[in-house]
Design a protein around this ligand. Structure first.
Ligand code: ZN
Length: 182
């Protein structure tokens, strides 16, 4: 009786240990797959930080030689540094040998043209974090002979070492501008 009690206790201790080991293994797997999925999603974003997958047959773009007025909405909360970076990034396409001959002319205004005005981009700041973009996105539209874009920047552009942020904003703005011409 006593012996069998000891044996039972031993075997129940063994099974408790087995449960703990199993739980630990599951926890490790869970944490591991979480990090893996983070890594994978970061990889996907690194390929194209801004965009929803292109809509077939082809995303809209400005016609060759278009003079595009880009209006940064002064009422959405951009800082002067962000405005400078966005302006630099977009206008860095101008005069480049890329066959588009599109010119981006950037102004800051609180007096925006109506949405959908031909050869315009309206740029606004959205004060929330975007988990599906790298911090910016552009939607290009083509309706009959009218082409226009809507560009948004999210709170992501304020996350990180402040000394790197202007370059980051310039880079993502340039990237988005590329979608308007190619
Ligand atoms: Zn993109």
């Amino acid at each position: 009786m006593l012996l069998s009690n000891v044996t039972n206790e031993l075997s129940s201790m063994k099974s408790i240990r087995a449960v703990i080991v199993t739980l630990a293994a599951f926890a490790t797997l869970l944490i591991g797959s979480y990090h893996l999925s983070k890594l994978l999603s970061r990889d996907v974003q690194a390929q194209d930080p801004c965009c929803t997958p292109p809509i077939l047959p082809a995303a809209a773009r400005f016609p060759q030689g278009a003079y595009v007025n880009v209006y940064i909405d002064a009422n959405t909360g951009f800082t002067p540094t962000e405005i400078q970076s966005i302006t630099d990034g977009l206008q860095s396409w101008n005069g480049q040998p890329n066959n588009s001959n599109v010119t981006y002319h950037v102004t800051v205004t609180s007096n925006l043209p109506p949405p959908g005005t031909n050869n315009t981009i309206i740029v606004s700041y959205v004060n929330e974090y975007s988990s599906s973009t790298g911090g910016s996105q552009i939607n290009m539209y083509s309706v009959g002979a009218t082409t226009y874009g809507e560009m948004k920047f999210f709170e992501n552009i304020r996350v990180g070492n402040p000394s790197f942020l202007p370059t980051y904003v310039r880079t993502v703005a340039r990237h988005e501008g590329g979608h308007g011409i190619s």
